[in-house]
Design a protein. Structure first.
Length: 162
């Protein structure tokens, strides 16, 4: 049987009840942290995000040269990892050579693949971006039999109003 806003029963049993609703995740997290600090059994608490959406923030224009530079950076890091891994089995002088060759080779291959990959898109995505997931609101749920106790803890807490 679904609980509030389509949520199901808790794994430990009992129907969830809404303890508080917040517009910011940090506020919901603070409420659960307060419950934890007061010794409340937080394993009976859930934070449920509603009205989930994906937000893509455009960070800048992406050219073939920029794609090659990003690829070179990623390739250099991968080369560093491989160089350190193979360098474990080398002498001191050979270790530096292995490391330099691995970083240089990784940067070269990364730049090549970055350039080719961007060129293959033929201008369909000439920008760089980061994606995040956000919710419109965050509901703090608690098992029904513990709802009164949880409300009391929040009421005497650090100004977090349910």
């Amino acid at each position: 049987m679904p609980g509030p806003r389509g949520t199901g029963a808790f794994a430990g049993g009992g129907q969830p009840q809404t303890l508080a609703t917040f517009t910011r995740y940090e506020d919901a997290q603070s409420a659960v942290d307060l419950l934890s600090d007061e010794g409340f059994p937080v394993e009976s608490v859930s934070i449920v995000g509603h009205d989930i959406r994906t937000v893509e923030n455009v960070t800048g224009r992406l050219t073939k040269g920029g794609a090659a530079a990003r690829g070179a950076g990623g390739g250099a890091w991968f080369g560093l990892f491989l160089g350190l891994l193979f360098g474990l089995f080398a002498t001191n002088v050979a270790f530096i050579g292995i490391l330099l060759i691995a970083v240089g080779g990784g940067a070269l291959w990364g730049a090549l693949w970055g350039f080719v990959g961007h060129a293959a898109l033929r201008g369909r995505r000439d920008f760089a971006s980061t994606k995040t997931m956000e919710a419109g609101s965050y509901e703090v749920l608690v098992r029904g039999e513990l709802a009164v106790q949880a409300h009391q803890v929040l009421a005497r807490g650090r100004g977090i109003a349910p």
